[in-house]
Write a protein that binds this ligand. Structure first.
Ligand code: KG4
Ligand code: ZN
Length: 347
């Protein structure tokens, strides 16, 4: 008997819906919210309102593309945590109402676990255990995944996430939000060895990006003369702008190189500590060209086996919620209608 899952993702600024039948993604629709661009970041209240506008058309489109009618769905999966609470509530209430009216079970999905399981969409026979470097706008985690329904965070950021490091440094360079994809694009024509930014020394498998951001801030304020705070060196706004303009691709390539090297250094350490050589990448930052290339080179050099989801399954999407919903369905992990959405959630 087939298992048909309708999934809804609304944790941040993307309203998404997908349909998955027996682990195969039949549709994966997304409405991106352009409304935030002018504010330099996601405005929670505007995100909630945009989700309300988009959710019905996006779900209808996902069903239509999958050529399934709503009454043939076996369960409704939705992102229950973590994320912006108003955004989570819109998707959560919609999913609950739908499950209730269809008399079908409800499946609550953790957004970060779904990012990890996005790897199973194109690699359903991926062997367990694997180590996943999960890098998004709000999280940076090293996850040991023992089965689709059992995973453990073995390292994570103690301050900014990798995506935030990209977005915040992009802002320092005068680039619009979200700056990660723009740094990636500009880095393609830059020299990564032109500027050297420091690598933080953080214990065990944890990450830190706030020091890097500060050193980039001082470097730009000093128009490339120092990474440290020297009030006597601080250049005029015009000089800073001119320095950035003259060096933009090299700055982007050098910043990207450092963020990628911090991530891969810890991944290599995690492989050494766990002995697990099956590695995977996940999350929005996994769309980064430098990171994708770097992890593949590392895998080749050290004889690891590596999987990376296609771009559409790295950035926020509902297909990853659907695949997670599918495995939870097989494992009888259903949620009650009284389950609350939570902005922050440990595993
Ligand atoms: O996973 P995601 O789509 O949303 C969250 O759950 O946070 O990740 C969004 C993050 C943003 O910080 C964005 O700048 C970053 O992923 N990102 C990238 C690239 N594409 C998205 N960062 C670097 N290079 C990219 N190509
Ligand atoms: Zn995400």
């Amino acid at each position: 008997m087939s298992v048909r899952i309708l999934a809804i993702e609304s944790s941040c600024d993307e309203t998404a819906a997908a349909v998955c039948v027996d682990g195969k993604i039949l549709s994966n629709e997304i409405a991106t919210q352009a409304v935030h661009a002018t504010f330099g970041g996601v405005v929670p209240e505007l995100a909630s309102r945009a989700h309300l506008q988009h959710i019905i058309p996006v779900v209808e489109l996902a069903l239509q593309k999958a050529a399934l009618s709503i009454d043939t769905i076996d369960a409704v999966a939705y992102t229950q945590s973590p994320g912006l609470i108003g955004s989570l509530l819109v998707g959560g209430q919609f999913a609950k109402s739908l499950a209730l009216s269809l008399k079908k079970p409800l499946i609550a999905v953790h957004h970060m676990q779904a990012h990890v399981l996005a790897n199973l969409i194109e690699h359903p026979t991926l062997p367990f255990p694997f180590l996943c470097l999960t890098v998004s706008g709000g999280h940076t985690q090293l996850v040991q995944c023992d089965s689709p329904t059992h995973m453990t965070v073995i390292g994570e950021t103690i301050d900014d996430a990798a995506g935030e490091a990209f977005d915040k440094t992009a802002k320092l360079l005068g680039l619009p939000y979200p700056g990660g994809p723009l740094i990636d694009q500009l880095a393609q024509n830059g020299r990564a060895d032109r500027f050297t930014f420091p690598e933080p020394q953080i214990a065990a498998l944890d990450f830190s990006f706030s020091g890097l951001k500060t050193s980039i801030l001082y470097f730009l304020q000093n128009a490339g003369k120092s990474h440290a705070y020297h009030p006597e060196l601080i250049a005029s706004v015009e000089e800073q702008r001119a320095f950035i303009e003259a060096n933009l691709p090299d700055l982007c390539a050098s910043i990207q190189h450092r963020i990628v090297s911090i991530l891969l250094h810890k991944l290599k350490k995690a492989v050494a500590l766990t002995g697990i050589k099956q590695i995977a990448l996940a999350g929005g930052v996994a769309a980064n060209g430098g990171l994708r290339k770097g992890i593949q080179e590392m895998a080749q050099q050290y004889n690891y086996t590596c999987t990376i989801p296609s771009m559409a399954y790295c950035t926020d999407n509902a297909a990853m919620i659907a695949i997670t919903g599918y495995y939870k369905y097989l494992n009888n992990q259903f949620a009650g209608l009284d389950l609350r959405s939570t902005a922050k959630a440990t595993w």
